[in-house]
Write a new protein. Structure first.
Length: 277
């Protein structure tokens, strides 16, 4: 595959506003129970696929750099790319090598990376052809045998989450659109977002990768963290929920589910990992 010429990143204003004005991604991964679960689970699931340090790793759509930080702490040479200026500034402040850029036009040479981690592009690129281009670019910069890890949002997540929050009746149209099409113009939760089925995610990656494996990133245990984050926030947890540690309970649940492939569908986030041929 030939390199495409890098150009200025294109990002819809709704996404920039979401991450600049309304949502603190760095805080989410540090302070919410679901964010901490997501961070820990990615470490566990990705660890077995990482080459020995120092490997060259690209964190595409890496946000404020929370994943890049622990990868760098393992001794890897990490570079982060994100289209949101706030995120790049936060990553640089944390000591991460970070650049503003577009997943569809990566600025790196062919076969220059050992691993590419790609999160945001798979759900914020709402057209199939755009996601396909982002995957092609990720594969282009991977060396043969290099690892691509992709995070996607499960199409079932809005149905389960809205039911747990008892907002299903008011959000029914949005939920039905997402269940049927993977997208809703009326989605007030997250701007410009695509939701994948497991089969859809596999079909988008299989033409480019060998042995694609899809896991439940947050797993069914993630729904415990969603309930606690939504209903308790900074409040002390009652003994019936606070002991044992609910994060450890969520981790135990999702680790057990890893041995049951049908339970992948119960996870709000999906993690797909494959290798370039």
């Amino acid at each position: 595959m030939q390199s495409t010429k890098p150009g200025p990143p294109e990002i819809v204003s709704e996404i920039r506003d979401h991450y600049t004005e309304r949502h603190d991604e760095a805080g989410r991964l540090q302070t919410t129970l679901k964010g901490r679960l997501e961070l820990q689970r990615l470490k566990e699931l990705l660890d077995e696929h990482l080459p020995s340090a120092p490997a060259r790793i690209a964190d595409v759509g890496g946000g404020p750099g929370k994943h890049a930080e622990w990868l760098a702490e393992l001794g890897h040479d990490v570079v982060l790319l994100d289209p949101v200026e706030r995120h790049v500034e936060q990553a640089k402040a944390a000591g991460i090598n970070a650049v503003i850029g577009d997943a569809r036009r990566l600025p790196w040479d062919n076969e220059s990376m050992d691993v590419v981690l790609m999160a945001g592009p798979m759900y914020h690129l709402t057209r199939n052809e755009e996601r396909r281009l982002a995957v092609r670019e990720a594969v282009r910069v991977l060396r043969p045998g290099g690892v691509l890890a992709v995070i996607a949002i499960n199409r079932n997540a809005n149905l389960i989450g809205s039911t747990l929050a008892n907002t299903l009746q008011t959000r029914r149209e949005v939920v039905e659109d997402i269940l049927n099409d993977g997208y809703s113009f009326e989605n007030e939760r997250m701007a410009e977002t695509t939701y994948h089925t497991v089969a859809q995610l596999r079909s988008e990656l299989a033409p480019f990768l060998d042995r694609v494996r899809i896991s439940g990133l947050t797993g069914p245990g993630g729904w415990l963290t969603v309930v606690i984050d939504a209903h308790f926030k900074d409040m002390p947890l009652p003994p019936s929920i606070g002991a044992p540690d609910p994060l450890e309970t969520a981790l135990a649940c999702s680790r057990l589910a890893d041995g049951q492939p049908h339970l992948v569908h119960a996870s709000s986030l999906l993690l797909a990992i494959g290798k370039r041929a």
